[in-house]
Design a protein around this ligand. Structure first.
Ligand SMILES: Cc1ncc(COP(=O)(O)O)c(C=O)c1O
Length: 383
């Protein structure tokens, strides 16, 4: 029997679900011709802020710029440091380096893959030893689960530093009743197509309750504009959300809550089907993950065989992330907190992400689960 066609993330299934409305919205935006900062952008920013309960939302060109713009607004500069996890996509730390400042990497909690708050004190000492002033902390909602924001926010308050929530993966999830996007001084997200709320190209947004920073970021993302775009009052960038992408996102945000619900069903089926043969994800009490990724852990020396066995049966997988950022060539020169990041260094060899999207039907998922179980048993037999 030939292997079935399974998508890692099936964006076409979502297109079928949304139907003609999406094509109509895109074509309408094309016909209207307001390609830059057209009315769809403002409308979408309003809906995005309302979705998570944030005061202001600013669309921008991608999720990387979304983190950079608040740091620019804070005037981050050389000699400053920003604490962030290393087990994340490089963009989290990249923007700190853009501005000549120093990321200080901390380890993750093994159960949640999010920043381990136990490492934060060591990060402050590392900053001191390197004569750096810690100005901000970027927490990441890895794989869709919000970081542990209560203790993180307390830490930021005690040390008088800004909290940026990199919710590129977790936007729309919740932490003790608060929706990710409304947490922190700034929350940022990405609309990269594979994200839980993705568009048909690149896009991102910043959410904040700070009126003054909101005004500065609105200026920064359009070349530092003042009263109009030919009045430049600060050095800015060109980082706008496209009108056509905003039109796409308006359709997608209308089904986003329902999709987050569907993702819970899919995640539960995986948990129930694989919990006895692999390390399945742990979501903290009082939290809802958006399940940007469904990641299990298998024995490091069995991982390649497991992935190959799934591939042979038509089941795609991905590894997030094969190398933590502090081990990447470009980032090795930056400090890590304490005596290294043993959990990040280990789990990167064990993680495997399985197909995950809100339209994964029970029969297809049953096949994935059975295939994964067989592969894990085969791997165990070979041990
Ligand atoms: C945690 C995290 N931060 C930032 C980004 C950057 O987003 P973008 O690709 O839209 O620039 C991503 C996207 O992959 C991400 O996963």
């Amino acid at each position: 029997m030939s292997a079935p066609k399974i998508d890692f993330i099936d964006l076409k299934a979502q297109r079928r679900h949304i139907g003609q409305a999406m094509d109509d919205a895109i074509l309408a935006a094309v016909h209207e011709g307001n390609y830059i900062l057209g009315p769809q952008v403002k409308e979408f920013e309003g809906k995005l802020a309302a979705f998570c309960g944030a005061k202001h939302a600013i669309g921008c060109a991608n999720g990387t710029d979304a983190i950079a713009l608040p740091l620019m607004a804070m005037k981050l500069r050389p000699g400053d440091a920003v604490i962030c996890p290393s087990f994340t996509f490089a963009a989290t730390a990249e923007v700190v380096a853009w501005l000549g400042a120093t990321p200080i990497f901390v380890d993750i909690d093994e159960a949640t893959y999010n920043m381990d708050i136990k490492g934060l004190g060591a990060a402050m000492s590392t900053a001191k030893q390197n004569n750096l002033t810690v100005r901000a902390l970027i927490a990441v909602d890895l794989f869709g689960q919000p970081a542990d924001y209560d203790p993180i926010a307390d830490f930021c308050k005690t040390n008088n530093i800004m909290l940026i929530a990199d919710s590129a993966q977790g936007f729309g999830g919740s932490y003790k009743g608060r929706v990710a996007g409304s947490i922190g001084d700034f929350a940022t997200t990405s609309f990269f197509p594979a994200k839980p709320l993705g568009c048909y190209g690149d896009g991102g947004a910043i959410l904040t309750a700070h009126d003054e920073y909101h005004a500065v970021i609105r200026s920064l993302h359009v070349h530092g504009k003042g009263t109009d775009k030919y009045d430049n009052v600060r050095i800015g960038v060109n980082s706008r959300l496209d009108t056509v992408q905003a039109a796409v996102l308006l359709q997608k945000i209308a089904v986003f809550a329902e999709e987050i619900e569907n993702r819970q069903v899919v995640a539960k089926r995986y948990n129930d089907g694989l919990g006895d043969v692999a390390v399945t994800p742990h979501v903290m009490d009082g939290c809802v993950s958006t399940w940007a990724q469904y990641v299990i852990r298998v024995n490091a020396d069995k991982r390649a065989g497991f992935i190959d066995a799934l591939k042979a049966k038509g089941v795609p997988t991905a590894i997030y992330y094969p190398k933590p950022v502090h081990q990447q060539t470009a980032y090795k020169r930056f400090p890590v907190a304490g005596n290294g990041l043993p959990v990040s260094d280990r789990v990167c060899h064990e993680v495997v992400a399985l197909p995950m999207h809100p339209y994964l039907d029970e029969a297809t998922q049953g096949y994935i689960i059975e295939t994964a179980r067989d592969a894990l048993k085969g791997a165990a037999a070979a041990a």
